[in-house]
Design a protein around this ligand. Sequence first.
Ligand code: G2I
Length: 475
Amino acid sequence: MTPPSTLRRRRHGARGAAAVAVLTLAVTAAVAVPAQAAGSTLKDAAADRGRYFGVAIAANKLSDSTYSTIANREFNSVTAENEMKLDATEPSQNQFNFTNGDRIVDWALANGKTVRGHTLAWHSQQPGWMQNMSGTALRAAMLNHVTQVATHYRGKIHSWDVVNEAFADGSSGARRDSNLQRTGDDWIEAAFRAARAADPGAKLCYNDYNTDNWNWEKTQAVYSMVRDFKARGVPIDCVGLQSHFNSGSPYPSNYRTTLSSFAALGVDVQITELDIEGSGQTQAETYAKVVADCLAVTRCTGITVWGLRDSDSWRSSGTPLLFDSQGNKKAAYNAVLDTLNGGVTPTPTQNPTPTQNPTPTQNPTPTQNPTPTQNPTPTQNPNPGGACSATLTVSSSWPGGYQGNVTVTAGSSGISGWRVTLPGGVSTNNVWNGQVSGSVVTNAPYNGSLGSGQSTSFGFIGQGNAPSGGTLTCS
Ligand code: G2I
């Protein structure tokens, strides 16, 4: 891993050279000031890559100066961890309380940060009066809540989690049963339409957990809903992947495929509640992989960590955050910063059991997806001695089109670039994580270098009938 100081020296050098050509006297200032500022905090390093870096914060901790100093120094986006939820904002029907939500929004805007709104409609954290409602009365109350809260914050919210966690865990691919769901399947799109009407400037997101592994039914179910919304003109702009990772619900090796697949639907992807249980280098490496995956997908526009210090986490015993309980930077912090600065491009290690999710601790009902119907288990590298090998899977199809995903795996010598020939008859000009010319796809600038046995992947939208999957020519 390249130490941050080395990276900063490299950045100084590049900027200094440009400055020399303009005005020698300005070199010292041009080198020292902007280069030191850029890339030395999470927010600056992320901004250099066109992303935001956010944190979930609690209003009552803003008076803790260690907390507010770090939050202000490192992050340029904030999410209210609890203060904008339904029970907080509408404790009695039609009587709204924005006191704590406003404290966070005011602090954020005063300090030049954007705000993610969390959340307008959710089965959980409902006030008592709403928990007891059903049918048309509940539908009307939910829409009134969406309208009133989004109107109150109009113009101040970058992205709203309009609907949170509406799909069931497990392999059903069904909606989660809830009082909101029982008002009719169209409750989600109704909420999105109400949010758009109330705040046309905010990006509107669907947000969920256990939607990180591309092979899981829950991921596929959310993907199908978003595709349907886009096809029918329901106003959705983004998908939030919460990404709470631990040993029971680990970072999946196909995470980048999930990000790029959602993005290919024409929505932004945001990592909205990132935390990774663990410690030391193992935790740091997983954080680096998540960041590298987001950077590899143009429409992955930002990352939010779900809390500041380990002691602030909803899972504090798992020490899942970037700062320790005293506010010191952890190895995970350095890994994230290095990756944002371009120092690390880890290739995800293969998950030995990509379709299993043994016992995710966050879930009331652990997710099992023993029989993913859409995406066969990635095949082993059939050609370990060659330069590279490539396998095609078709992850979904619809009348007139399909989505293909190709995993490229380096042979035992490693490679510095790759070239994959798509099957005859495939027609596409829509490829991500690769560059297409006719039927040949070559690596993108950032994913050509693969060490021995390492893999990367690219995706494409094809027209017509889907080809059968299998091995492709790779050189
Ligand atoms: O559960 C983790 C997150 C999953 N996705 C949606 C998020 O909204 C959710 O956040 C957590 C907060 O981190 C917790 O802080 O949501 C929990 C339930 O809304 C939050 O827990 C609540 C406790 O249930 C309350 O008893 C407590 O008063 O936190 C409150 C403030 O500490």
